[in-house]
Design a protein around this ligand. Sequence first.
Ligand code: ZN
Length: 275
Amino acid sequence: MPKTIISVATTGAWPTKKDNPNVPLTPKEIAEDVFACYEAGAAIAHLHMRDDNGAGTMDINKFRETVKLIKARKDIPIVLNLTTSGAANASDEVRMAHIKELEPELASYDCGSMNWMHVAVFLNTPPFLEQLGNVMQEHNIKPEIEIFDAGMVYNALYYLKKGVLKAPLHFQFVLGAAGGMAATIENLVFLKSLIPSDCTWAALGIGKGHIPILMATLALGGHLRVGMEDNVMYGPGQLAESNAQLVKRAADFIRLAGNEVATPAEAKQILSITR
Ligand code: ZN
């Protein structure tokens, strides 16, 4: 039976307790949330940190504390995927310091710049992308190439040719962020058509696009990402009770589709993570 990986993006940089009181913000809350998500079927945890006021931060101490809490649970071998884009004002060096030290199995690689939510520039300069790709290779970290717009796929193919990224690539199509591609099935099918056949990929729809993109991704053979980074609602007018609730629903969809939910070990094998 085909195996489908569930990633959970527990926190992100933006949702607050006002948006949903159940979004985990502190290292302890995030770690406990990750454990519940693992029990519900998540194989990968994509993590962002918040400062003591709840704002997105790249503070290495928060990453250290959270990763330590998660790794202390040897019975929960969930794969870690740390963001490199957790605060708009972070320098290139700060965006890489935590992954050099903590060496997660995966880290996000945002393959181009864009206007973010009509308020800011999400900056990923060519020198940063080259440096980040090289750092990830040195530390044996698999890049999860986040794609918000079609041109970013072509950036990834350029860096593959240049040796900054190594095959097989793994993509995460992020649909529905204002400033990027909308969460439509047509866009998902188009993006999938652009990537080489040896690649692995996952997709998510932000907000209202969550369920349609989840179902289309399953139908197209991709992997899933759920969580409050992307979507704080369970349904119309209904806040998610927890990230685990969203993971459980994704696991139910996977089984309905006739697939199996991948374990962390299986996820590593599927993504060619060699450690
Ligand atoms: Zn993220």
